[in-house]
Design a protein around this ligand. Structure first.
Ligand SMILES: [Cu+2]
Length: 295
């Protein structure tokens, strides 16, 4: 008769499993636990991010409910219809049309439901008018983001009196990640521009990314409103070449006064005019270039 563990062995096994689970879980910091509760998502930090976060949580819930039902049914049939004696083989069923129709229709229905809510979240996140000029006019701040091999340039065109009608820019290098400055609760229209290859503008805290595609100026654009103060990480999410991993940046969400002061500083430094990234394209700052740029 099968694998019957003695009672004592089962107790010991249960103790080992519980003990190691407790040890593993107690190793988690408060941050880890909060992240586990969010199902590994960063804290949503823009007004638009919340609909992505909801989609994420409800999709997990739907998947878990489906999983529990399926595992339950598997366990049920394995136990109920198992072979009960050596001489008798359980009833072998083929071709059960109602069941086959059910397991074809049910997943299709689920995909339709997921699709509906995905489109709804997408419409919410991409709510800006299709036309860039209209989107820029509606938003409080306008930023042209340039993704160039191997860093980022941010051009500020609207959102502060300190601009005085000018466009101001700041740029990074592979050694110094640039910082994109934004203002809490003020909407930003981002236009994405690339002078070389396809990059992807990704700020995990905004739960959003969009490709930066050469030749698609004024087409890949979106608007969002940061709703938390803080400094967030950003990166390129499209493998764009050797130093792709160096394409890091920060996003600082701050007050209007601090933003104005920063714009005034950029103006003082002479960073005036639209910078579409050409100057940084071949710079591999911070790397030893004597051996061909290898680290
Ligand atoms: Cu890139």
């Amino acid at each position: 008769m099968g694998l019957e563990l003695p009672k004592r062995a089962r107790t010991v096994a249960l103790g080992v499993v519980t003990g190691s689970a407790l040890l593993v879980l107690s190793g988690c910091s408060a941050d880890d636990r909060a992240q586990i509760k969010r199902l590994a998502m960063p804290i949503p930090s823009s007004k638009e991010a919340h609909s992505m976060y909801d989609l994420w949580r409800w999709s997990w819930l739907a998947a878990m409910v489906t999983g529990v039902i399926v595992w339950g049914l598997i366990a049920y049939v394995v136990i109920k219809y198992r072979r009960k004696s050596e001489s008798e083989i359980p009833v072998q069923t083929r071709y059960n049309l109602p069941i086959e129709i059910f397991y074809t229709v049910a997943p299709v229905m689920m995909v339709i439901v997921f699709f509906f809510f995905t489109v709804q979240a997408q419409d919410h996140v991409l709510h800006a008018p299709k036309d860039l000029t209209a989107a820029n006019a509606q938003a409080d701040l306008n930023v042209t983001v340039v993704g160039q091999q191997w860093s980022w340039t941010f051009n500020y065109a609207k959102g502060s009196d300190a601009l005085g009608g000018d466009v101001l820019w700041e740029s990074g290098t592979t050694a110094h990640a640039p910082t994109l400055w934004l203002v809490k609760d003020r909407s930003v229209s981002f236009d994405l521009f690339s002078p070389d290859v396809i990059h992807s503008f990704w700020v995990p805290a905004f739960l959003f990314k969009m490709d930066v595609v050469p030749g698609r100026q004024a087409q890949n654009h979106f608007t969002l409103t940061p709703d938390r103060y803080g400094t967030f990480e950003g990166r390129c999410a499209e493998l764009c070449g050797v130093y792709h991993s160096r394409m890091l940046f920060n996003v600082k969400v701050t007050t209007q006064a601090e933003f104005d002061a920063h714009m005034a500083k950029l103006k003082n430094e002479g960073n005036v005019g639209m910078n579409l990234g050409g100057s940084q394209v071949t710079t591999v700052d911070g790397l030893d270039t004597s051996n061909g740029g290898q680290q």
